[in-house]
Design a protein around this ligand. Structure first.
Ligand SMILES: [Zn+2]
Length: 344
C-alpha cells in the first residue's frame, strides 16, 4: 500500500475505509504521482483531478447503487488501489462513487427502497427520508458539481449486475434523449468492451444514469455486467474486457480490442405497467432477459388488458409480476432496425 493511500484511508482499501473507516472530516486531499490531485468529497466519493491547462474528459464511475451487486464494487476498489500504486495514470477528471453504503453493509439490494428510482430532484426532503433517499440527494449534488466543470466529453458509467439471467450477459441501457456524436462513439467503444447489446430508452425514469444524462449533460449508461454474486465469489476474469476498457479510458490509452465486436441495438417498444392484482406474465418466471417471442404470443394479461407480440423480433426485459400496482412490470423491446418510422 502506498503512502498516499495510507494518508487517506489508513491501512485500509478504499472500499474497506468507505464501509468501516472513521467518519470523514472536512475534505481530505493530497497530490499523487503524475501531478494528480485527489479529493475525498464524502464517504465513498473520490475525485481525481489531473493538474494542467488542457481540457479533459469528465468520467463518473458509479457502483453499488444496488448493494448486493458486488462485482463492480470489487472492480472499482482494485482500480483505486492500482491508481494509488501508479499502475494506472489518471489523465481525465474522474469521480468514483460507491453509492448505497447501507445496503452494501447489509449485503442486500436495498435497505428501504430501490435507490435507482430516487435520482429525481423533485423530491422534497423530509425528516423521515430513508438513507437511500438522503444518499441519492447528495450524489445528485456531487454529480452536478462534477459535471459543471468544462470538459471535452462528459461520460457516466453506472455499473450493475443483474439478478435474472440474460441472453446477452453484458448489456447497456442508454437514456440519452438525442444521439450526439459522443453517443455513437460510446456505442462503438462499449461493443469493444464486450457489451453485447445496447438498449436506448427515452422513458423519463429516475435512474442515476438518466439523471446525469438529462440534468448534467452527460452521455450516460447503466451497464449490466453479469449476474449478482456475494463478495469474494466473483471471478473478475469474467469482466476483464470491461476492466481493460475502463483503464484505457481513465488513462487515455489507446484501447486495443481483441476483436471488433459491435453491440446489437434495441429500443423500447412498450413499458407494461401492472394495473391490478390480476396482472400475470405470459411466460415462466425464470425466463431470461432478452428472450425473443413469436408474433401472436401473449406476454402479459391484466384486467381488461393483454399484450400480444405485434412484430417479429420482440424480446422481453425486466419482467416482474411482484411490483406494486402502477409500477413497471415488463419492458418489451425491438431491434432498432425494426423500429417503425413513426416511433423514431
Ligand atoms: Zn442494479
Amino acid at each position: 500500500m502506498t503512502n498516499s493511500q495510507q494518508k487517506l484511508f489508513g491501512k485500509r482499501s478504499f472500499l474497506d475505509f468507505t464501509l468501516n473507516g472513521k467518519p470523514i472530516e472536512g475534505k481530505p486531499h493530497l497530490m499523487i504521482d503524475n501531478n494528480v490531485r485527489v479529493e475525498l468529497w464524502d464517504n465513498g466519493v473520490l475525485y481525481f483531478h489531473p493538474q494542467g491547462d488542457s481540457l479533459q474528459q469528465s468520467i463518473l464511475l458509479s457502483v453499488g447503487v444496488h448493494g448486493n451487486e458486488t462485482a463492480p464494487i470489487e472492480i472499482i476498489d482494485q482500480l483505486v488501489s492500482d491508481i494509488f500504486a501508479g499502475k494506472i495514470v489518471v489523465k481525465q477528471n474522474l469521480l468514483i462513487v460507491i453509492a448505497n453504503l447501507q445496503s452494501i453493509k447489509a449485503s442486500c439490494r436495498e435497505v428501504v427502497e430501490n435507490m435507482n428510482r430516487l435520482f429525481n430532484n423533485n423530491f422534497t426532503p423530509k425528516s423521515d427520508d430513508s438513507d437511500e433517499r438522503e444518499r441519492s440527494r447528495r450524489l445528485m449534488k456531487y454529480s452536478q458539481h462534477f459535471f459543471n466543470q468544462p470538459a471535452l466529453q462528459k461520460v457516466h458509467y453506472d455499473l450493475h449486475t443483474a439478478i435474472r439471467g440474460s441472453v446477452y450477459k453484458k448489456f447497456a441501457i442508454s437514456p440519452n434523449a438525442c444521439e450526439l456524436p459522443t453517443t455513437g462513439y460510446q456505442y462503438g467503444l462499449l461493443g469493444q468492451w464486450g457489451i453485447e447489446a445496447i438498449l436506448s430508452t427515452q422513458q423519463n425514469s429516475p435512474t442515476y444514469s438518466a439523471f446525469t444524462a438529462n440534468t448534467c449533460g452527460a452521455t450516460s449508461f447503466t451497464l449490466e455486467l453479469g449476474q449478482v454474486k456475494p463478495f469474494g465469489e466473483n471471478d473478475l476474469d469474467d469482466f476483464s474486457s470491461v476492466i481493460a476498457g475502463l483503464k484505457a479510458t481513465i488513462s487515455d490509452d489507446e484501447y486495443l480490442p481483441m476483436n471488433n465486436k459491435v453491440a446489437k441495438r434495441f429500443s423500447v417498444a412498450v413499458e407494461v405497467l401492472k394495473q391490478t392484482d390480476n396482472f400475470r406474465l405470459g411466460f415462466s418466471s425464470d425466463t431470461v432477459n432478452f428472450t425473443e417471442f413469436e408474433v401472436g404470443d401473449v406476454l402479459a394479461t391484466d384486467k381488461d388488458y393483454q399484450y400480444i407480440v405485434a412484430s417479429s423480433g420482440e424480446r422481453i426485459l425486466f419482467p416482474n409480476e411482484q411490483v406494486a400496482i402502477g409500477q413497471r412490470a415488463l419492458v418489451i423491446i425491438r431491434p432498432q432496425d425494426n423500429v417503425e418510422a413513426s416511433t423514431l
